[in-house]
Write a protein that binds this ligand. Structure first.
Ligand code: HMG
Ligand code: MG
Length: 301
């Protein structure tokens, strides 16, 4: 398989990156971060989520984020939506794209969404139908595709089945989430090869948390089997509140560094990305988790 010459980078920092932060990040900081990421050339920036504030308090101000955001026509700002209540709020906020989410293990589904996989897909179908009726685009996530913090190994056939259902209900893109970051390159390739038998590979994305330091290798492996959409988080921030011990997503800077080195086009500017990373790290009061980011910043000093 020839590696494609263009990759779509989906920035999930303002949502996945911040959702697990214990101290509230003020709305204006979130808005400025999103603006800086847009300035860096990222054309898809997940801006928040309309989930229960009891479950994820950090995202409770997503409506206000949208109110303050100067929406750019060249940027898409998806949000996570688990149910009709979330969709209603998203539509009111003027959101153009939502992301639904399901899991590939029963325990994770219960912990993250308080329902079985089947129930979450039924709920997602209702949300999808209504969102499409309202003219919104719908992305889909599947969590724990390469391992579950509660159940361990996950069967790729379950991932393929969930992916097929999300695709059939109208998700134009399905991002496979290694929520725990346990995947390794060969298993990643095998998974994409399995799932692409039921959903075209051009509709599949990779979402790798970097807990075991495998994310960049997994992205490279995914590129080799034709995947061209990757989620990442500025400064490597993030984690899922229902995935104990898992660290942030692969950093956007590390992904960009690799893709640039391979001559793959992304439209993203590294220097401006570093400005966004410095901005949020200064606010959070801790250093970046990005290896490339750290190296490049130290050269600037
Ligand atoms: P539930 O408790 O079963 O729902 O939660 P409920 O319908 O009984 O509602 C409970 C309360 O929440 C009610 O309030 C609802 O009104 C309210 P009360 O009457 O008690 O005052 N509520 C809402 N409020 C605002 N917006 C909503 C909403 N829905 C209900 N949309 C539910 C079920 C799905 C809502 C809950 O489990 C939930 O919000 N889960 C989201 C968890 C989450 O956001 N996890 C992190 C994102 S997923 C992730 O990080 C993985 C990913 O990155 C990929 C990867 O790495 O694998 C995407
Ligand atoms: Mg995630």
């Amino acid at each position: 398989m020839t590696i494609l010459s263009h990759v779509k980078m989906v920035e999930v920092g303002p949502r996945d990156g911040l959702q697990n932060e214990k101290t509230h990040v003020p709305t204006d900081i979130k808005v400025e971060l999103i603006n800086k990421l847009a300035d860096a050339g990222l054309s898809v920036i997940e801006a928040g989520s309309f989930v229960s504030p009891k479950w994820v308090p950090q995202m409770a101000d997503t409506k206000e984020v949208f109110r303050q955001l100067a929406i750019r026509s060249d940027v898409c700002y998806p949000v996570l939506v688990p149910n009709l209540k979330g969709l209603e709020a998203a539509v009111e906020a003027g959101v153009q794209e939502i992301a639904g989410f399901a899991a590939a293990s029963e325990m994770f589904s219960q912990k993250n969404t308080n329902c079985t996989i089947k129930e979450s897909l039924e709920r997602q179908k209702i949300v999808c139908d209504e969102a499409i009726r309202c003219g919104l685009r719908v992305r889909g996530y599947i969590s724990v595709v390469l391992g579950c913090p509660y159940e361990g190994d996950v069967n790729p056939a379950v991932v393929a089945d969930v992916a097929q259902q999300l695709h059939e209900m109208g998700c134009y893109e399905i991002s496979l989430g290694d929520t725990v970051g346990v995947g390794t390159p060969q298993r990643t390739k095998d998974l994409f090869e399995h799932v692409s038998k039921v959903v075209p590979v051009e509709n599949l994305g990779g979402h790798f948390h970097d807990t075991y330091g495998q994310a960049i290798a997994n992205i490279f492996a995914s590129l080799e089997v034709g995947v061209s959409i990757f989620d990442s988080s500025i400064a490597g921030l993030g984690g899922c509140p229902y995935s104990p011990g898992a660290t942030g997503n692969v950093s956007t800077e590390d992904v960009l560094y690799m893709l640039e080195g391979m001559g793959i086009e992304t439209g993203v500017n590294m220097n401006k990305l570093l400005i966004a990373a410095e901005y949020i790290c200064d606010h959070l009061g801790r250093p970046t988790s990005s290896r490339a980011g750290r190296a490049l910043l130290s050269k600037r000093l």
